[in-house]
Design a protein around this ligand. Structure first.
Ligand SMILES: [Zn+2]
Ligand SMILES: [Zn+2]
Length: 453
């Protein structure tokens, strides 16, 4: 009986095992089914992602193609624009306003139409950068630093006005020669350490000299310099960078007029660069784009040769051949004729510079049409040309008690304006035979003389 029962148990067990095995298999199959379903879904998803990626790639290719085409178009535009400028220049060089040929008129109209929608070429802004940098170079030539003269010029690019000029100089001393009080020595740091050990006061210029950018800012002719651009002949260091930021200046354009090629990598200038960048002030090095070409300019050449000439044996004293005030202001007036703009080409160009009794450059002017005037057919109408001194007097701040430096003797209209503006002295270049301006100016002003040779 027992064995029968045992047999029965074994049978049931086996059956059960079979059943559970079966169940297990079934279960596995279900899982597999489910998994396959998920798997299929995943594959489908991957396929769709792949497809999307392919589409994107195509899109990207299309965009690149479009971009290349646009670039080509811009290049073509610049070429056409250049041609147009040349054509216009040729026309301007004709002395009399001849009726240009029909084909020329048609060509110009076509070029104008073609260029209307083109983006502005960067050349124009480069020309302005060059002009303001030349003023900064000229300012550097006023410096008495025997080794590293530096100049700075602040410009308001919206109103085309120069609003501050400076160069590195010793602190101002009223009624005495500051260059005789402070030393321009640039002796080595080691020597200096030796001296300070002995309790001697250092003569090294770094302790005393005020940098060009600081002087340009303190010489500003308006209270606020918000949004202005400063041009400096050397990259600003930390001190100058702080001053630039506080003054509200938004852009720094610099050159490296120095005999030390690695000067820009020194700590003080790297710190200045970091400071400016962290304050969202743009920093632009002119070297690559412009310097080579404008190296031919006389002011730039003079500055370069002064910097590159070997240092004087005794460089404690001030540099001997710095520009005189009169040469400086007259050269600024002359330089204004080199600025970009809508010039009077039928007349000889003139330039003007107005200077305050404390030697600040208050305004600079040139003869021409207003910068943003639409010229068209009125271009050769002399009546629309504003004279240099006229523009300087009315375009800038009030100039009572100031001195006017002008490249040629003023005309009758300007003479009247000069007197009314309160200008008290005139230094002029080219003389004039016109009796009326002479009558007006000689009656009203006590101080009027030609520029000294
Ligand atoms: Zn500085
Ligand atoms: Zn005039």
């Amino acid at each position: 009986m027992a064995s029968k029962m045992e047999e029965e148990i074994t049978r049931i067990k086996t059956e059960w095992d079979k059943t559970s095995e079966y169940m297990y298999i079934k279960q596995m199959e279900r899982v597999e089914d489910k998994m396959e379903c998920v798997f299929k879904k995943m594959i489908a998803e991957m396929e769709s992602v792949k497809k999307e990626m392919e589409n994107l790639e195509q899109d990207r290719e299309k965009k690149t193609e479009k971009f290349e085409k646009l670039k080509e178009k811009i290049e073509k535009a610049n070429k056409v624009k250049k041609q147009a400028r040349e054509q216009i220049q040729i026309l301007q060089q004709l002395d009399s306003p001849l009726e240009p040929e029909e084909s020329v008129v048609a060509k110009i109209a076509q070029i104008q139409q073609e260029t209307e929608s083109f983006p502005e070429e960067s050349g124009e802004s480069n020309n302005w950068d060059e002009y303001y940098m030349k003023i900064a170079c000229l300012a550097a030539l006023r410096s008495k630093d025997p080794r590293t003269p530096v100049g700075a010029c602040i410009a308001d690019k919206k109103s085309y006005q120069i609003v501050g000029i400076g160069y590195n100089a010793m602190p101002y001393v009223k009624t005495r020669d500051n260059d005789k009080i402070f030393s321009w020595s640039s002796e080595k740091k080691e020597d200096e350490k030796e001296k300070s050990k002995k309790g001697e006061i250092s003569k090294i210029k770094d302790h005393y000299v005020v940098h060009a950018a600081i002087n340009a800012i303190t010489n500003r002719t308006r209270n606020k310099l918000d949004g202005c651009t400063i041009y400096v002949t050397l990259k600003p260091d930390e001190d100058c960078a702080r001053a630039i930021q506080l003054a509200g200046i938004k852009e720094v354009v610099y050159c490296m007029f120095t005999r030390n090629e690695k000067r820009g990598e020194n700590k003080d200038m790297m710190n200045g660069e970091k400071f400016l960048k962290s304050n969202n002030i743009e920093l632009k090095d002119l070297k690559e784009s412009v310097l080579n070409k404008f190296d031919k300019n006389e002011v730039v050449k003079t500055l370069n040769s002064r910097i590159l000439s070997p240092p004087q044996p005794n460089d404690d004293g001030p540099y001997k051949n710095a520009l005189t005030w009169e040469d400086f202001f007259m050269k600024i007036a002359e330089l204004s004729k080199e600025r970009p703009g809508q010039f009077d080409t039928t007349d000889s160009r003139t330039g003007a510079c107005i200077v305050s009794p404390t030697k600040q450059v208050m305004a600079v002017g040139h003869s021409g049409y207003p910068e943003d005037m639409e010229l068209g057919e009125i271009e050769h109408n002399k009546e629309y040309i504003t004279h240099a001194e006229y523009r300087a007097i009315l375009g800038g701040p009030i100039v009572r008690g100031c001195t006017l430096y002008v490249t040629s003797y003023p005309c009758e209209t300007c003479a009247k304006l000069i007197v009314q503006s309160g200008i008290s002295a005139i230094v002029y270049g080219k003389p004039s035979k016109d009796p009326y301006p002479q009558r007006i100016l000689q009656e009203c002003l006590s101080n009027i003389r030609p520029k000294a040779d």
